[in-house]
Design a protein around this ligand. Structure first.
Ligand SMILES: Cc1cc2nc3c(=O)[nH]c(=O)nc-3n(C[C@H](O)[C@H](O)[C@H](O)COP(=O)(O)O)c2cc1C
Length: 197
């Protein structure tokens, strides 16, 4: 493994459990792969624009306006960044039973018909190469709604199905220490099995 893309969605930086767990995963890879390059995309510090009229026009092939050309260029740069990575780590807090809206915006720019997926005989076919993707999800309690599905389904649509979820739950409860220890153990086991592969 040479390149890892980390996509962070927590509004917190220093105290974010999802980021911390993601960093632990990648720190372990650093020990195995000396020349590992890690690209950080922070959706809180550098939020992406929402899907817009200009983005819609660009995705439909209408490139008359400067705004739609910019929207296409943004989508292309995000897809290129994703394609360059050998593995991708999403660090994801649960907000109101959902992924953060900043991460939804990221997915909306990544999922472009004719580039990251297309339709063949009415069936959706992904156009991105499959690669290991880790969803490091942090939640205060147990109720996370469709958070995981909100990432797994669009990734699968684009051809990315090698997805591993690491969910640290109950972080805002008295079970926090126990739940963090459990997930950190899983992170270590994952790294051990990657080393053995
Ligand atoms: C606005 C907001 C909404 C939240 N909604 C949920 C929720 O629906 N379910 C849940 O279990 N925790 C919820 N939480 C708790 C967070 O998921 C939890 O604190 C998590 O650790 C945040 O991730 P972070 O530590 O990476 O920032 C919410 C927190 C905030 C600030």
């Amino acid at each position: 493994m040479k390149r890892v893309l980390m996509v962070h969605a927590s509004v917190r930086t220093e105290r974010s459990s999802s980021r911390q767990l993601g960093y632990e995963l990648v720190a372990n890879w650093h020990q195995q792969f000396a020349d590992l390059l890690v690209t950080q995309r922070d959706l809180n510090l550098s939020p992406l624009p929402h899907f817009s009229d200009a983005t819609y026009a660009a995705f439909s092939g209408e490139l008359e306006s400067a705004a739609s050309q910019q929207a296409l260029a943004l989508s292309e740069s995000l897809i290129h960044e994703f394609e360059q990575a050998d593995a991708v780590v999403f660090t994801v807090p649960v907000y109101n039973w959902s992924i953060p809206s900043t991460l939804k915006a990221y997915i909306d720019h990544l999922a472009r018909s004719g580039r990251s997926f297309h339709y063949v005989d009415g069936e959706c076919v992904g156009l991105l190469a499959d690669k290991p993707v880790y969803l490091v999800i942090a939640s205060g309690g147990a109720e996370i709604g469709s958070t995981e599905k909100q990432l797994i389904e669009p990734l699968a649509m684009m051809g990315v199905t090698d997805v591993t979820t690491l969910h640290a739950s109950h972080l805002d409860t008295q079970q926090r220490a126990q739940k963090l220890a459990e997930i950190e153990n899983r992170v270590s086991n994952l790294v051990d099995s990657a080393a053995a592969a």
